[in-house]
Design a binder for this molecule. Structure first.
Ligand code: ATP
Ligand code: MG
Length: 294
């Protein structure tokens, strides 16, 4: 039975919008080594969070935990107002699946399905319970491809795309799902400036919710998921974005808030302007100045 999850009362948050995501004491251990230990992290709907930090700091590990791909060694995680991990009542397998359907994870190395570009988007929509051939689905697919500049490659085999195009397809796959939470792991690593700009345009569309018709689009959480409604956290207009990047200029361009990880610890958490002008932790300052901190 998956009836164990509890829903947080929005009144607990003082009547305001409750966080979309809340983690406390979140810990990941590999081979006896703690690679991530986050004391507290709360993300509100529609934030755009950049996650930065040296290689090995635990950024991808954090994304995997938040995407519900892996289970933490310890700690509590709330997502969309539901307790996923932690003591007491928590999500069962069926609810985990339903929660995962409300988020999209874009991996650093995309793995397109062996079908056409269009077929890739149709397939993810199908997995999320939408009829891929329905007019609304087709509209969404067209819009997602346009947003990342792939409209003219809809019929091309995805396996034949260039690296930059494949990365844009990965972002389009997230876009077409209209997720509430988008988790992106270095979506522009190793791309040329033209592709960086196109991926960034797609990511901004995700955040802004371009093309989402209020009240007339497909129900993003159809079919037997009524227990997850009403969405306690959110504006259906766009996604909350958490994006790992090594590109500080990109973080500055896109994010509203920046998290800096160092050796598995969240050592700086600031609104974007403060992060770049008034970082508190000496390790952040050293990182921003391009000095080695690891
Ligand atoms: N499945 C695993 N088994 C063992 N160790 C792991 C595993 N996944 C990650 N690690 C280790 O955890 C640490 C954090 O890895 P993670 O991939 O989260 O770093 P990162 O900040 O994303 O680095 P990068 O910027 O290089 O992508 C690293 O030391 C890594 O070797
Ligand atoms: Mg990584």
């Amino acid at each position: 039975m998956d009836t164990g999850a509890v829903q947080r009362d929005p009144a607990e948050a003082g009547g305001g919008q409750p966080p979309l995501l809340e983690a406390s004491g979140l810990k990941m251990v590999y081979g006896g080594r703690t690679v991530l230990a986050v004391q507290r992290l709360a993300v509100r709907p529609r934030e755009f969070i950049a996650v930065v930090g040296p290689s090995g700091a635990g950024k991808s590990t954090l994304l995997r935990l938040l995407a519900l791909v892996e289970k933490p060694a310890a700690g509590e995680l709330w997502l969309f107002g539901r307790k996923v991990w932690g003591g007491g009542a928590r999500a069962g397998e069926k609810e985990l699946l339903q929660l995962r359907r409300r988020l999209a994870l874009v991996l650093q190395t995309p793995v397109p399905f062996r079908t056409s570009v269009w077929g890739n988007l149709a397939r993810v929509l199908g997995w999320h319970g939408q009829a891929p051939g329905a007019p609304e689905s087709r509209r969404r697919i067209r819009q997602a491809l346009q947003a990342v500049g792939l409209a003219d490659k809809a019929q091309q085999a995805a396996a034949s795309l260039s690296g930059g195009e494949a990365q844009r397809l990965a972002v389009a796959r997230a876009l077409v799902l209209q997720p509430q939470l988008a988790l992106l792991d270095e979506p522009t690593a190793n791309l040329d400036p033209g592709n960086v700009a196109l991926v960034e345009a797609g990511v901004r569309s995700l955040w802004l919710g371009l093309g989402r018709g209020r009240g007339q689009g497909l129900d993003p959480h159809p079919g037997g998921e009524q227990e997850l409604r009403p969405n306690p956290c959110g504006d259906p207009g766009g996604a909350t974005v958490i994006m790992v990047t090594h590109n500080l200029f990109q973080a500055r361009r896109l994010a509203t808030r920046v998290l800096f990880f160092w050796d598995g610890q969240l050592v700086e958490d600031q609104p974007v302007d403060q992060f770049f002008t008034a970082a508190r932790d000496p390790r952040t300052q050293a990182f921003l100045q391009g000095k080695a901190v690891f």
